[in-house]
Design a protein around this ligand. Structure first.
Ligand SMILES: Cc1cc2nc3c(=O)[nH]c(=O)nc-3n(C[C@H](O)[C@H](O)[C@H](O)COP(=O)(O)OP(=O)(O)OC[C@H]3O[C@@H](n4cnc5c(N)ncnc54)[C@H](O)[C@@H]3O)c2cc1C
Length: 507
């Protein structure tokens, strides 16, 4: 990790810790210093601690839902706020909030267990037994229900579980409904009140209710959008285990690089899977490219007649539902004048859309800001290049290399015969024998710092005398180790004259 990355990470965590500690002390002292709560304060540390952690839970449980309001986040992302806040890191923030909630739940619950036994032992005047508070009060009963819901949600959300059974994760995550209903009623019975019966709540429910209302509205919007007329036009099976669905949805407008949720009721009526749009808005139809990796994608291919060459099923008769589009980092590509797109394998999908749109806009848009795209595509096997071969070929012939430059890499180890054949066919040929493109294929893994430095130096050389600071965007879609290498390279190569902004797509 470079110093700059370390600095950014430290700033975030210091801010988060200070914020959480601040909340805790605010809740703690609000309880401790309240003369009206003198009787309850005889319980001392346990009640102060439970109230401190209670305030953390009140605020963080509301924040937890914020990144899940994807449509609202997508709208805010296009405002000036989008320049300050990392809206593309929503899932990371959701996880940070979730772990914070887990930590303070343990603190809050432990402190309350101590409270309840102490109420029985130290405050006999209240005539309450510990078990009564645990199970018969609103606070105790809803607290236990929330803890059980959390247990299932958190265990099913573990990375291994999600990879093994995404459905188990997805359905158990809906226990969030139980969690939030418990949350709204947690303070209802008014456990914390003054001697004359006045309640001293944090109004926890109100923060979460606000965000949950937006979320519910968004879910309804999803249902509505998903039901708008949509029809499949064509389904194509590509080499390398990828299926393309071309469809028509007149009500949908989108920007290049965005993604949608796809549902095939015949495969699984309740499952919605995210896929990036590989078409561009200028095209007549929309499309997605789907790699067949698991149960749903393989069943989808079967239903659409792609698994069986003899299938006579007309895919146009299959019902398709599409919800979206949703914002993604690559939809900022046209805001920059120099862009680097790096794709690994099926991670090419967001850039297919960006590059195709560039092909149209270069001819029709006189205000096009984007001057040059360097497109890197790294594939493990030769067949993968065929997914977008036709499109890449037409773009290569349509756009000058000053506007679009390909850098294609194959990481597969070739046998001696294959190398021999390649060399024979490549010598003097206009097109690369594997990719059928003019750009020559390179073998092995790219040295990212070296490649990005070449782009940066070229941009600097082309902008000598320009006073403003130059900005290059580097978009990436693929596995985490490459993302780290690129992010570090962007930070190392940024200097007083040029910033390399790094964006990662989350598949
Ligand atoms: C924003 C986004 C864009 C994507 N774009 C593409 C694309 O253009 N082309 C492509 O081939 N793939 C894309 N994916 C991945 C694709 O959604 C999964 O490969 C697909 O859902 C796998 O489903 P499965 O049941 O066949 O496989 P499984 O074997 O069940 O799952 C394979 C992997 O996909 C993940 N996954 C499964 N279901 C879902 C789901 N409903 N939502 C999110 N992740 C899931 C699992 O965590 C697992 O790691 C994208 C994912 C995201 C989040």
């Amino acid at each position: 990790m470079t110093m700059a990355v370390l600095k950014r990470t430290i700033v975030f965590w210091v801010f988060w810790l200070v914020f959480q500690i601040g909340l805790f002390w605010a809740g703690f002292f609000k309880q401790k210093m309240d003369p009206g709560l003198a009787t309850l304060n005889r319980l001392q540390w346990s009640v102060w601690t439970s109230r401190g952690a209670g305030l953390n839970l009140a605020v963080t449980s509301a924040l937890l839902m914020v990144p899940m309001c994807r449509n609202t986040m997508g709208l805010l992302r296009r405002t000036p706020l989008g320049r300050i806040l990392p809206f593309d890191e929503g899932i990371f923030f959701h996880k940070v909030c979730a772990y914070t909630v887990l930590f303070f739940t343990v603190v809050h619950t432990t402190a309350h267990y101590v409270n309840f036994f102490n109420v029985q032992l130290k405050l006999p005047a209240l005539k309450l037994k510990a078990w009564q508070i645990h199970y018969t009060t609103w606070g105790g009963a809803t607290g236990h229900v929330m803890a059980v819901a959390m247990f299932f949600m958190y265990t099913a959300a573990a990375m291994r579980m999600r990879q093994q059974s995404f459905e188990a994760f997805w359905f158990t995550h809906h226990l969030a409904i139980v969690f939030y209903i418990g949350f709204f009623f947690h303070g209802y019975g008014c456990f914390v009140k003054t001697a004359d019966g006045h309640c001293r709540p944090y109004y926890s429910w109100s923060y979460a209710l606000f965000v949950c209302t937006i979320y519910v509205f968004e879910r309804l919007l999803r249902v509505y959008r998903g039901r708008q007329p949509t029809s499949i036009e064509r389904v194509i099976m590509h080499p390398g285990n990828a299926m393309e669905i071309q469809f028509n949805k007149p009500s949908m407008t989108y920007a290049p690089g965005q993604w949608v949720f796809i549902n095939l009721p015949e495969v699984a009526p309740l499952q919605w899977h995210p896929f990036t749009l590989t078409s561009c808005p200028e095209e007549r139809y929309a499309s997605v490219h789907i790699r067949l990796v698991g149960d749903w994608t393989k069943n989808a291919a079967r239903v659409l007649g792609c698994m069986d060459e003899k299938s006579t099923r007309d895919p146009r008769s299959v019902k398709l539902r599409v919800d979206g589009p949703y914002a993604a980092p690559a939809d900022r590509a046209f805001d920059y004048d120099n862009v680097i797109c790096v794709a690994a394998g099926i991670g090419v999908t967001p850039f297919a859309s960006v590059l195709k749109s560039l092909g149209f806009r270069a001819k029709t848009d006189p205000d096009l800001v984007l001057r040059k795209v360097d497109f890197f595509w790294v594939n493990r096997d030769k067949q993968a290049f065929e997914w977008f071969q036709a499109e890449l070929r037409s773009l290569e012939s349509m756009l000058p290399s000053q506007l679009l430059q390909y850098h294609l890499y194959l990481t597969e180890k070739l046998g001696l015969d294959a190398i021999h054949n390649y060399c024979l066919n490549a010598a003097g040929a206009d097109f690369d024998p594997i990719t059928q493109l003019r750009a020559q294929l390179q073998f092995g893994r790219p040295d990212w710092e070296h490649e990005l430095a070449k782009v940066r130096d070229r941009v600097l050389a082309a902008n000598v005398g320009v006073k403003r600071k130059l900005r290059i965007a580097c978009f990436f879609c693929g596995p985490a180790p490459v993302a780290r290498a690129l992010r570090d390279a962007c930070i190392v190569l940024s200097n007083g004259q040029v910033d390399l902004d790094f964006f990662k797509e989350h598949f």
